[in-house]
Design a protein around this ligand. Sequence first.
Ligand SMILES: [Fe+2]
Ligand SMILES: [Fe+2]
Length: 208
Amino acid sequence: MSTTESEQDLLSQSATFGAMTEATPLDWKIIAAHNRVFANDVAGRVLDHLRLLDGDCGGFSVDRLEHSVQTATRAYRANKSDEYVVCALLHDIGDTLGSYNHPDIAAAILKPFVSDEHLWMVEKHGIFQGYNFFHHLGLDRNMREQFADHPAYDLTVEFCQEFDQPAFDPAYDSMSLEDFIPAVETLFAEPKNSIYINESGQMAGSEA
Ligand SMILES: [Fe+2]
Ligand SMILES: [Fe+2]
């Protein structure tokens, strides 16, 4: 039986256990095969979720999808790396689910795929963006100062000041979301950090 046939064979089956303690190695081969197919399109699902921001203005003059694409466009035009640009594109993807902690959602999605510095930048951008508006709401605009000694402090200041805070301009000539799809697909093609990566550096169960 060829590898392809074996993979097809696994994909035609479902595990039979009702409790994980009853699972067999074959059950997990079947599940791993299905997961390989499913994980292949994580980029597509992330982009679908990003599109949920379309039309949601939240009181701003542009909707959150335009804000996301505009932030990414500004970073791209400043010659930032593809990884940085994808972080810029996705930094507010959590707005739909994380009304009170949206940066944590983007950070969780990006965590397996980006550097520690970029991850920190995304995770902390809410606090750093606060420099531009917290004082209008009775909050401390200098909340970011608690991180003054962090190695990614300047990176995160730059992200918020140069790319995030100006990206509410209805007149800005943003690129299209489609322009960023190849970079998103490339970034999400291979996780760098995951508890499911084995000692050989491969995703557990990656071989049929
Ligand atoms: Fe944000
Ligand atoms: Fe933003």
